[in-house]
Design a protein around this ligand. Structure first.
Ligand code: ADP
Ligand code: MG
Length: 197
């Protein structure tokens, strides 16, 4: 069933409007549904902060479902994976209504395609959402859910590996924002001098 879904999403030349979309916030505790035990930990970030300066005002009107793109993290110096810069990783994320709050509050949770040595609750996370994968579904069992999410991860990896979708080429709008460039937060040497960021 999952194998019938396309592996590549969007045009090879890059994301089309409204993408890429931006969102940011601290990693907060989620709903303890045991995502980690399933091998699919999801870093939750708040979506209900009424701050008009946040670049995520699009969120209320965007469809629920599974999206893909990039996450960047500023890990604290005590974290075993600390590098001193914002680290960028591919991700898949779900945006939806959390049944826990009786479907009134939207939640955003991000599975980063990287194996971390330790948790990073409290770290700042930036998201550059590059495209929409699928609607959320109800599953008869965990196995089907995990299979679908694993396929979502493959979609993200394959789609982001194309030239027009790589943030490290400096071509994608929002790539510099992902690395917090221009904010005097630990410049990333190899990206200096790239005008398009
Ligand atoms: P919660 O219900 O608190 O969100 P999860 O089981 O979903 O708990 O685990 C999420 C936490 O796991 C994240 O907040 C983060 O600190 C950690 N984590 C470790 N690896 C990853 C990863 N690859 N993607 C997302 N979160 C990860
Ligand atoms: Mg979670």
């Amino acid at each position: 069933m999952t194998s019938q879904r396309p592996l590549l999403i969007g045009d090879p030349s890059g994301p089309s409007p409204p993408f890429p979309l931006r969102m940011s916030g601290p990693v907060i505790a989620g709903f303890g549904r045991g995502s980690k035990e399933l091998g699919i930990p999801t870093a939750n970030i708040p979506v209900d902060t009424p701050d008009p300066s946040r670049p995520d005002q699009w969120l209320n009107s965007t469809p629920s479902g599974v999206y893909f793109g990039y996450a960047s993290l500023q890990l604290p110096s005590g974290h075993p994976d600390f590098s001193g810069t914002w680290q960028v990783y591919p991700m898949v994320m779900s945006i939806g209504y959390n049944p826990f709050y009786k479907n009134t509050i939207r939640s955003a949770e991000v599975h980063i395609l990287h194996r971390f040595t330790a948790d990073f609750y409290g770290s700042q996370m930036r998201l550059l959402i590059m495209g929409y994968i699928r609607e959320e579904k109800d599953y008869a069992g965990l196995e089907a859910l995990i299979e679908d999410i694993n396929f979502d991860c493959e979609v993200a990896k394959a789609s982001l590996a194309r030239d027009g979708w790589k943030v490290d080429e400096g071509l994608v709008e929002g790539g510099g924002w992902l690395l917090a460039e221009g904010e005097n937060k630990k410049p990333v040497e190899e990206r200096q001098g790239e005008g398009k960021l």
